[in-house]
Design a protein around this ligand. Structure first.
Ligand SMILES: [Fe+2]
Length: 411
C-alpha cells in the first residue's frame, strides 16, 4: 500500500510534475528507426503529455521538434518533408532539423530578419537498437548514451516492437517486475516443451531475493521444482523503466515502459540476440509472432474489443485466461487496472516485494533529483548489468549468485 501522495508523485509525469522532470533526464525511446524514411512522412510522437514530430531529412539526419508550426500552430506532421527540412503545408514555412526557420514565403523578401528570430524547440536524438531515442531533459548537454547490450549488436540481431497501453507508465513497469504472475496469468503457455520458462509452472509463490545495484535492482524469484532443486528467474531492473527478463530461450528481451502522458504508456519490447541474426522460429517465439503484425502498437490487436478479446469458450475448454497471446494477457490486465491504479487500496503480499522495492527506489530517486538535480545511475555503464536476466536451476541448498555470475557476458 502506498499513500495517495506517493502514488501521485510516482505516477504523474505531465507539465511540472517531479517524476516527469526526473524521467526526462534519461534517453527516452521515441519511435522505431524504420518508421522514419528520408523525405518520408513525419511521425507524431507524444511523450510526457507533450506533442512532438519526428522526421528523417533528405541527408538521413533525424529531426525531433515540437509538433506545431510556430506560425499558426498547424501540425508539422502534415508538413512536406523535403530538401533537408519540413515545410508546413499551410504557408510554406520551412523548418530544418535544428529548429531553425529557414524560409517564410508568406513574408515579403525584404523582411530578411523575420525568420531569424523564430526558433522551434528541437531535441537531441540518438539511434540505437532500431530505435530513435530522444533527450527531453533540462540540461544543456544530453547525458552520454547508455551501453545497452541491445544497442551494440548488428541491426539484424535486434528488433523492437511497441505497444501503447491505456494506462499509466508505472503499471507497465510493475507488470515486468512481477515474477509470480508468470505462474498464473501465463500458465497456459508454460509446462513441458517451454524450456526454462516452463519451469515457472511448478511454484506460483516464489521466494524473492534482491541485490541493489548501481543501475537499479537485481531480483531473483526462486521456485521449488522438487525438494532437491530450485528454479531461479533473475530480472534486472535498470532505472528508471527498463526490465531485462529471462525469456527461457537464447534471445534476450528488454521491456521499457515510458509515459505518453499520465494515462497512456508506450511499452517497448526489444528482442535481440548477441550471437546471430534473429530467426523467426515460430515454435520458440510463439508469444512474439502475432505482435509483429502491428509493430508500432500491437495493443491495437485487442483495443476496443469486448474484454480485450477474452474468449470464454476457450476458457471452458481449458485455456486459463482466454486471451490468445502471452503479451496481450499483460496488456489486458494492465489496462484493466484503470488509467492510474489507486495504490492506496492495494493489499500487497510477499510476492509483491519486487514491486515494493522498485517503487521505493523510484521515490528516493525522484526526491533526490528534486533536491540536488542528481540522476540515479546515469553513467554509460549503468544501462548494462552483467546479464540480461537469466533463468536456471540450481541445487536447493545453493546460492543463485555464483550461477548468475557464470552467465555474465556484458562487461
Ligand atoms: Fe506477464
Amino acid at each position: 500500500m502506498l499513500s495517495r501522495e506517493d502514488d501521485e508523485l510516482l505516477t504523474r509525469v505531465e507539465e511540472s510534475a517531479p517524476m516527469g522532470a526526473y524521467l526526462r533526464e534519461y534517453w527516452t525511446p521515441a519511435v522505431r528507426s524504420a518508421r522514419l524514411v528520408a523525405d518520408g512522412a513525419p511521425v507524431r510522437v507524444r511523450l510526457f503529455g507533450e506533442d512532438f514530430v519526428a522526421f528523417r531529412a533528405t541527408d538521413g539526419r533525424v529531426g525531433f521538434l515540437d509538433e506545431m508550426c510556430p506560425h499558426r500552430r498547424v501540425s508539422l506532421a502534415l508538413a512536406r518533408n523535403e530538401d533537408c527540412a519540413l515545410r508546413c503545408i499551410y504557408h510554406g514555412w520551412k523548418i530544418d532539423v535544428s529548429g531553425s526557420v529557414v524560409e517564410v514565403p508568406s513574408e515579403p523578401p525584404e523582411r530578411t530578419d523575420f525568420a531569424e528570430k523564430i526558433r522551434v524547440r528541437h531535441f537531441p536524438t540518438h539511434e540505437a537498437g532500431g530505435i530513435v531515442w530522444v533527450y527531453l531533459g533540462a540540461r544543456d548537454q544530453a547525458p552520454p548514451f547508455p551501453r545497452f547490450p541491445f544497442s551494440e549488436v548488428p541491426a539484424d540481431h535486434v528488433r523492437p516492437l511497441v505497444a501503447e497501453t491505456r494506462c499509466n507508465w508505472l503499471q507497465a513497469v510493475e507488470g515486468t517486475l512481477d515474477s509470480s504472475h508468470v505462474s498464473i496469468l501465463h500458465k497456459s503457455w508454460l509446462g513441458a516443451g517451454r524450456g526454462e520458462l516452463g519451469q515457472a509452472a511448478y511454484d506460483s509463490a516464489p521466494r524473492y531475493e534482491f541485490d541493489h545495484q548501481d543501475y537499479g535492482i537485481r531480483f531473483a524469484a526462486i521456485r521449488h521444482t522438487d525438494s532437491a532443486t530450485s528454479h531461479v528467474r533473475v530480472t534486472e531492473f535498470v532505472m528508471p523503466w527498463t526490465a531485462y527478463i529471462p525469456t527461457g530461450d537464447e534471445d534476450r528481451i528488454a521491456i521499457i515502459g515510458t509515459p505518453v502522458d499520465d494515462v497512456t504508456s508506450r511499452q517497448w519490447f526489444i528482442r535481440w540476440n548477441d550471437d546471430h541474426p534473429l530467426t523467426e522460429d515460430t515454435d520458440t517465439h510463439f508469444w512474439y509472432d502475432e505482435l509483429t503484425t502491428a509493430p508500432d502498437d500491437f495493443s491495437a490487436l485487442v483495443r476496443g474489443k469486448e474484454m480485450w478479446g477474452q474468449d470464454r469458450k476457450l476458457m471452458a475448454e481449458g485455456h486459463f485466461t482466454g486471451i490468445t497471446n502471452l503479451i496481450l494477457e499483460d496488456v489486458a490486465i494492465q489496462e484493466s487496472q484503470g488509467p492510474i491504479v489507486d495504490r492506496s487500496q492495494e493489499k500487497l503480499g510477499s510476492s509483491d516485494i519486487a514491486v515494493i522495492r522498485t517503487r521505493r527506489l523510484l521515490l528516493d530517486a525522484v526526491r533526490a533529483h528534486g533536491k540536488t538535480g542528481e540522476v540515479f545511475g546515469q553513467a554509460p555503464e549503468a544501462g548494462r548489468p552483467g546479464t540480461a536476466g537469466a533463468a536456471f536451476s540450481i541445487s536447493a541448498s545453493d546460492d543463485w549468485r555464483p550461477a548468475l555470475s557464470a552467465q555474465a557476458r556484458y562487461v
